[in-house]
Structure formats: structure tokens, C-alpha cells
Design a protein. Structure first.
Length: 348
């Protein structure tokens, strides 16, 4: 088993950060929410991805409860479909530390950039330097598709993926003089947009699945993305072979965005509505405004992420006037045209 002796000292304003030893020793392990409760709670935040949310939660619970069955997870989806937000919501409810790492910031040793083992230090920091807690945390590695071999601009991309194999399989790393970080119980989730992989799948489904026998045959019977597709995309076969669950986020359509605005607890429209209500101002609007917001947001093809930009623009002038004249208004009426012209509203 590979052991990397980094011998790094972790500093803060009060001196060296000390690892919390035995923080959970002698204590009963924290119970986690029943899986159906977790699904119900996460779906209050992630709208339009019900089937995907269930798959991700199942894979993570499997990793926690079934130690003999590995659950390294890959989540594929365009920007704004809710990949990392889904994982954040699950981690928060499990009360486990997590860190979201951008794979593009890491390089193989000898190149300019971060070392992949730095991810573990970031996770340790997220756990408030409780080593035992960190070792059972969630490591989310985003933009993993940018490290595929097809990207010749990143000369160390494939090498980074290979260096991640040790962490995936379970290895020990020295992060201080006397403490070792063991990765065998980490929940590891890779995420990426994988732009263009749909063409690989279409080609595979059109020509049949012949001549690729080194990966699981059962994977090739599904209509979703397979390990064969990932290898064709440029990920090393030994890396792909260690992915146990492949999940695809559904592309968000107009009605999905409408429902996010109306129902999600993360809805930025609902947050503005609450802030105005707390200021004593009721918000009046035509229900069709959600369709107008969704239609404008769809133009940039960035999923739910563009909703924030659109809604922030809509309320920009409203908030200025409310803050400039505190206590003056009790009602704000939005016109449908405010989506394109943020002066189309009335305060009274």
C-alpha cells in the first residue's frame, strides 16, 4: 500500500492546528436518516431530478452500510443540472464533512498546480481537523472530464487520474508528523459535464457493442452511458474500471426551471419574496412570470444556474428603492415585462 510522507505542518493564527484525537472514540456512531427520509428532504431542494436523486442517495448509502461493496460514483450532467448541489444536500443531512475539488487545478507531481493529495488536507480542514470524521467524509471531484486523454492541452491529465487510483482503492497518506489519513472509508464522487459523450453513446448504440470485453458486460446492456463510453471519451481504462455507479443528470427543460422557481427551497425568487415580506412588503405578480424567467434562462443553456442571474436582474432596481426608502412601501407589483426590463414594477 502506497504511503506518501508529506510531513506538512498545518498553521493557523494560533499556531499549529492539532488533529483531534479520539473525537469519536467510545461514542455510538451517529445514526443517519432513513433512506426514504433523505430522498424526500433532498427533493425539496433538487427539483426535476427525482430518479437521479434516488440513484445517488442509494449509491452513497450503499457505501456507508455495505463495506464489502465499493461505491465510487460518477455523476454526468451539464452545468446547472444540480450535480454538486445534490451531493452537498446529502452530505449536510448525513452530517459528514465534504469538499468539492476542481480537478483542473490539480496536476501530476512535477508540474505547476496542486497535488491530488492536497484534496485530503482540504477535507481534513472541512472536518475541523477531526481525523476520524474526515476519513468518513465525502470527496467530490468536479470537472473530472477535463482530465480525459482527449484534451491534449493538459499534458498531465491522464497522470492525475492514475494518481487518484490510490485514493480510490484505499491508501494511507501522512498529513502530519504523527497522523495518517486512511482513504478506505471515503465516499468518493466524480462529476463532469462530459460534453460530446452523447455522440459516443449514439455511435455505440448504432453499431452494437462488439469487441470491448475488458469491462463489465452488464454495463453494455443499458441505454445510459457505459464504461465503454467513458474509455472512448478518453478516461484511462484502469480508472473507469473503478467506477461502480454511473449516474446521469437529466437536462433541464423549461417546465423543470418553472418548478425550481416555484417549489425548490433553493429558489432565488422565493428568497427575494421572503426578504421583501420580512421588510413588510407583499409581492404581487402574474403566475406566468415563472415561464418568462425560465424562457430567458434557457437561452444560455446553463440550466438552473442562469435562473439566479435572471432573477437578480429583475429585483435589482426594486431592492435599491426599498433600501433607499425603508418603511415607505407595503406592496410591490411586478409586470411580466420586468424579466426583460427591470424597471417594469410598481412600489406602493
Amino acid at each position: 500500500m502506497a504511503i506518501r510522507n508529506k510531513k506538512k505542518q498545518i498553521q493557523d493564527s494560533g499556531g499549529m492546528k492539532q488533529f483531534k484525537k479520539g473525537a469519536n472514540q467510545g461514542k455510538k456512531r451517529r445514526s443517519i436518516p432513513p433512506i426514504q427520509n433523505m430522498e424526500r428532504n433532498v427533493r425539496q431542494y433538487i427539483v426535476g431530478q427525482d430518479e437521479v436523486v434516488r440513484k445517488i442517495i442509494t449509491a452513497i448509502y450503499r457505501a456507508i452500510y455495505l463495506k464489502s461493496i465499493k461505491s465510487n460514483i460518477l455523476v454526468i450532467g451539464k452545468s446547472g443540472t444540480g450535480k454538486t448541489e445534490t451531493l452537498k444536500q446529502i452530505a449536510k443531512r448525513l452530517r459528514i464533512p465534504y469538499t468539492i475539488e476542481d480537478a483542473t487545478k490539480y496536476t501530476k507531481e512535477g508540474y505547476y498546480g496542486g497535488d491530488v493529495e492536497d484534496m485530503l488536507e482540504n477535507l481534513l480542514e472541512a472536518a475541523d481537523y477531526d481525523l476520524e470524521k474526515a476519513q468518513r467524509g465525502m470527496l467530490i471531484i468536479d470537472e473530472i472530464d477535463k482530465k480525459a486523454g482527449k484534451d491534449t492541452s493538459d499534458v498531465s491529465g491522464v497522470e492525475v487520474l492514475k494518481s487518484l487510483l490510490k485514493i480510490i482503492e484505499g491508501a494511507k497518506y501522512y498529513l502530519s508528523f504523527d497522523e495518517v489519513f486512511d482513504t478506505k472509508n471515503l465516499i468518493i464522487v466524480f462529476c463532469g459535464a462530459f460534453s460530446g459523450i452523447e455522440d459516443i453513446k449514439k455511435k455505440r448504440l448504432g453499431r452494437g457493442q462488439i469487441g470491448f470485453t475488458t469491462l463489465h458486460e452488464s454495463d453494455k446492456k443499458q441505454n445510459g452511458y457505459t464504461k465503454e463510453d467513458l474509455v472512448q471519451y478518453g478516461l484511462p481504462e484502469e480508472f473507469v474500471g473503478r467506477i461502480d455507479t454511473i449516474v446521469e443528470m437529466k437536462p433541464l427543460e423549461k417546465e423543470d426551471l418553472v418548478q425550481i422557481l416555484k417549489k425548490s427551497r433553493l429558489s432565488i425568487f422565493r428568497r427575494y419574496q421572503k426578504e421583501l415580506r420580512d421588510a413588510g412588503i407583499s409581492l404581487q405578480y402574474n403566475g406566468k412570470i415563472f415561464e418568462e424567467i425560465a424562457a430567458r434562462s434557457l437561452k444560455l443553456d446553463t440550466g438552473a444556474r442562469e435562473l439566479s442571474n435572471t432573477v437578480n436582474y429583475m429585483f435589482e432596481d426594486v431592492i435599491y428603492n426599498v433600501m433607499a426608502h425603508p418603511g415607505r412601501y407595503s406592496k410591490c407589483t411586478l409586470s411580466l415585462e420586468i424579466v426583460e426590463d427591470n424597471t417594469k414594477y410598481k412600489l406602493s
